[in-house]
Design a protein around this ligand. Structure first.
Ligand code: ATP
Length: 602
């Protein structure tokens, strides 16, 4: 459960965003306040009207004048309400947009560890629902809360001025309202927060099931997914009902008590008028004033509920904005004197944030020479993908260091590091845009040549035959590509970035043998002067490498050529044998390799 902060501490955090629009908000507030004061003035005109027109020999012109004044005040009040809207709606949408953009920017900066922990729906609901609510609160709820408070205070003062005895009856009704209001605030805050969090969880479930719709259908789990969703939706409904109940109970109190005061006040008022202690005009004006402030008082429950929901929205927004980006570039970045792409791990270790005592990578020391291609081999779960993700600093080492040409990754400007290192993961993500944009995502220059070469190396020529060629929309909202096609586009994206260091996480796993052979042939040429670390799940991928590093339970246990490791390392032989789909005779393969190597060296 998030820790509760006082209301004003939370709301004051909006100040930097609201500051630029404060003058317009203030004008909006002023319009709303004037509208309320005009409404409060009407009973005073009524008082004069009654006292003047009902007395014997009254002047008929005075009746007309007073009626016209009442009409004029009514029109002015309507005009001022419209003016409030005019003043605040535009600036409030500006604040909403700015906060949304800064949230999105911050989410882009935050670490992968942060995104591992946060459900996408929670972030979605913060970016959309919470900020949408905050806009409506700034433009209406906050202003009306201030105006209502001022109106009630002025109204009560006017009522005291007209008859302190009657006003005291109304004041007595206000005491239980305030006590109840305090309890309402505490209870409502909790359910408001709970409902917003549950709405976020519900959004995560929708997102996940839409994303995984094929799996759910294929495994016939749609019914379970629906039941799970139904449960979550019911929980949210219960919370919403609890919210509505709290609000209804408070609204009942704020409506009923003034009505009771009105009844009691009427009896006392008539007695005062009968005894001559109060003139009839003041009696009517008193109750007309009470009627004017009755509406804001009744409305106060809703306004308070809006304010508490807005506070929860602010807290939720800043929970994300306060998350610190631990993977940031240094204030004074360094770069190597000469960038060759030599990559070194020095006693590097890594543990995920949720399991700090169980390091996934331990004491990794590995040197990959500039231009060298090294394959990373290990059984499933040994930490290969995790190790690759350390290189573009998707995660930071928890111990030791990784350097490029002697400079620690953490000393590079982050943008520069990510220009030096390009990645292609097995699980490819394509964006909702054209093939061209997807491939050139990280390219230093958006040239047709770079695009064509990258597609050629990745053997992704199929892209030219798509309905709109390279301008075909792919990704979530575009054309669906096959797994192998997606992988080749992702590989082309990594190649088009022309990195010094290429990090490939089993990028050919979905390709058929022939396409894989062609990609490998072209990759060999490209990789000639690019330092490459490639996770290999197939012996054919291992064959691309100059040397192989064997990862066993998070440790590098052997480094060498494929031939040497086959000859000397039993676990390596075991891993290679397990990678192969076809049964292989490793001994005869080794003899053949040795013969070939001897032939070359002679
Ligand atoms: N985000 C994460 N949070 C916590 N633990 C994780 C996370 N990602 C991976 N792990 C754990 O780290 C270990 C290594 O995972 P990793 O994906 O690096 O293995 P791998 O060698 O690439 O496996 P595979 O060959 O199956 O892809 C696994 O035990 C996995 O459960």
């Amino acid at each position: 459960m998030a820790k509760q902060t006082p209301f004003f501490t939370s709301i004051s955090r909006l100040y930097p965003h609201v500051r630029p629009i404060l003058p317009r908000l203030f004008l909006g507030l002023l319009s709303a306040l004037l509208a309320s004061l005009v409404a409060l003035a009407i009973p005073q005109v009524l008082r004069v009207l009654i006292n003047e027109s009902l007395r014997p020999g009254a002047n008929v012109r005075a009746v007309w004048t007073a009626s016209l004044v009442v009409l004029g005040l009514g029109v002015t009040e309507a005009g001022l309400v419209a003016l409030r809207r005019q003043f605040v709606i535009n600036p409030a949408t500006t604040v909403e947009t700015r906060m949304r953009v800064s949230l999105y920017g911050h989410l882009q900066d935050l670490t992968v560890s942060f995104h591992d922990r946060w459900g996408s729906g929670q972030l979605l609901s913060r970016a959309m629902t919470d900020l949408n609510f905050l806009r409506r609160w700034m433009a209406f709820g906050a202003i009306m809360l201030v105006v209502t408070t001022i109106t009630v205070l002025i109204g009560v003062t006017v009522m005291f001025a007209m008859s302190w005895q009657l006003a005291l009856i109304f004041l007595a009704a206000a005491v239980p309202i305030m006590i109840y209001g305090f309890r309402f605030r505490t209870r409502f805050s909790k359910v408001a927060r709970r409902s917003q969090d549950q709405a976020g969880d519900l959004a995560t479930t929708v997102e996940e099931s839409v994303h995984g719709i094929r799996v759910l259908k294929a495994f016939g789990r749609s019914r379970e997914a629906l039941e799970n969703f139904n449960e979550q939706a019911k929980e949210l409904r219960q919370t919403e009902i609890a919210k509505a109940r709290h609000l209804a109970a408070f609204s009942l109190v704020v409506t009923l008590l003034p009505e009771l005061a009105l009844g009691g006040g009427l009896v006392v008022g008539v007695l005062l008028a009968a005894s001559g202690d109060l003139d009839v005009g003041s009696l009517v004006a008193f109750f007309a004033t009470a009627a004017v402030i009755a509406a804001p008082v009744e409305f106060s429950g809703m306004l308070l509920a809006m304010a508490l929901t807005a506070k929860a929205a602010v807290d939720r927004h800043f929970e994300v904005m306060d998350a610190v980006n631990t993977v940031a570039g240094p204030a004074e970045p360094q770069r190597p004197g000469r960038l060759t792409g030599a990559l070194s791990f020095r006693n590097a270790a890594f543990a995920f944030e949720d399991a700090p005592d169980r390091p996934v990578l331990k004491d990794i020391s590995l040197d990959i020479r500039a231009g060298e291609t090294m394959a990373l081999v290990g059984i499933t779960g040994s930490g290969k993908s995790t190790l690759l993700q350390l290189i573009p600093r998707l995660y930071d080492v928890t111990d030791g260091s990784i350097t490029i040409d002697g400079v620690d990754l953490r000393q590079f400007a982050l943008e520069e590091l990510r220009e030096i290192v390009a990645v292609a993961f097995e699980d490819t993500t394509l964006f909702s845009s054209s093939v061209r944009d997807n491939v050139l995502l990280g390219a230093p220059e958006r040239s047709e040549e770079a695009l064509a070469e990258a597609l050629d190396v990745a053997q992704a020529q199929f892209a030219y035959s798509l309905p709109a060629g390279l301008d075909t929309l792919i990704g979530e909202e575009g054309l669906s590509l096959s797994g192998g096609q997606r992988q080749r586009i992702a590989l082309a994206r990594a190649i088009a970035a022309r990195p010094k260091i290429l990090v490939l996480d089993d990028p050919l796993s979905a390709l058929d043998v022939h396409t894989e052979e062609r990609v490998e042939a072209r990759l060999r040429e490209v990789l000639a002067d690019t330092t490459t670390l490639i996770v290999a799940h197939r012996p054919s991928t291992v064959a691309l490498a100059d040397r192989v590093a064997l990862l066993e339970d998070g440790r590098i246990t052997a480094v060498g050529t494929h031939t040497r490791l086959l000859a000397e390392h039993s676990h390596y032989r075991h891993v290679i044998a397990s990678l192969d789909q076809e049964p292989r005779d490793l001994d005869s393969e080794l003899s053949a390799l040795e013969e070939r190597t001897e032939g070359i060296s002679q």
